[in-house]
Design a protein around this ligand. Sequence first.
Ligand SMILES: [Zn+2]
Length: 382
Amino acid sequence: MLVYEYKVDGNHKQYAAIDEVSRVVQFIRNKCVRLWMDGKRVSHNDLQTYCAVLAKVYPFASRLNSQARQASADRAWFAISRFYENCKEKKPGKKGYPKFQHNNRSVEYKQTGWQLDDDGKHITFTDGCGLGRLRLVGNKKQHIETFPVKAIKRVRIIRRADGYYVQFAVKTERSVSHVSSGKEIGIDVGLKAFLTDSQGNTVENPRHYRKAEKKLKRLGRRLSRKQKRSSNRKKARKALAKQHLKVQRQREDFARKTASALVSSHDLIAYEHLHIRNMVRNRKLAKSIHDAGWGIFLHWLAYYGTVHAIQILAVPPHFTSQQCSECDTIVKKSLSVRTHVCPRCGLVMDRDQNAAKNILEKALSSHRGCTGGHSETGGLAP
Ligand SMILES: [Zn+2]
């Protein structure tokens, strides 16, 4: 799936209508969750049927396109099935018991209830919710109108801190002819750099990470100083939300570009399957922004790996930083030790590069033997 995003240019009445539809979606989702809580053995199918019941009882629900109604029920089912899965896997800690949603900011249409102009510059929502015709403002390079309408599987409207957006999810068989370089690398999360590869190359953390984090902190402090329910507080909250959005976009942009560059210049990439959530908890290990960036980076790595049809392999994290990449001796070292020095074979190497070499080696050996590490080249949508 490709996702094309446009900013919406509409009037106040239309924006109010979008907010209203978001509330209807939330209402349906919460009603479905309530049905599941109250009843026993409610299936996905039951929720779909329940949508029609809700539409009969509540006029505002009946005005929403029927597929969009079902998509709202799907959200409830998503929360319910995730809970079931966590229970089945006996995941430690909280299982994520479905909650009622209070601040929904999006609406999802499927293949009906909207119509795109031939030039791709306007979209009209045709159900009874009063959204009408909206102008789409987007990147000049993206042309949603070039895709057959049938290929557009979802249209999602989202409210963000700086306005309203429409996203189109397009099903395409996107692929590029990969120019083979014969190069295979392992990569490791750097403690100082963003990543270090098995050749010793590093990709530095973008400078804006640190700056953005400082600004987030400052805006957060400012918000906490404002009086509750005051207009100044409202302003401060908005400023903070905007800064979060900015950071999120910068992070996404950096991750996408880095992943794209890496994939197009290699034939195989191996990385360590880290548990990002555990990393975030460990404040000393890395900055939270960096951790979030790594997760998004891996997502794009998988995406470009699919597009280029190259292998992206994940290896389980065992001793990759402790083992000597030359002679396999385990050399214990704390996080503060930056250099790997092997007492047995005399190898002296940057700690992260040594780890990256181990990661590549592990991926290649398990790949050849077809055991252990698992491929992550799935059809991931960004
Ligand atoms: Zn050694």
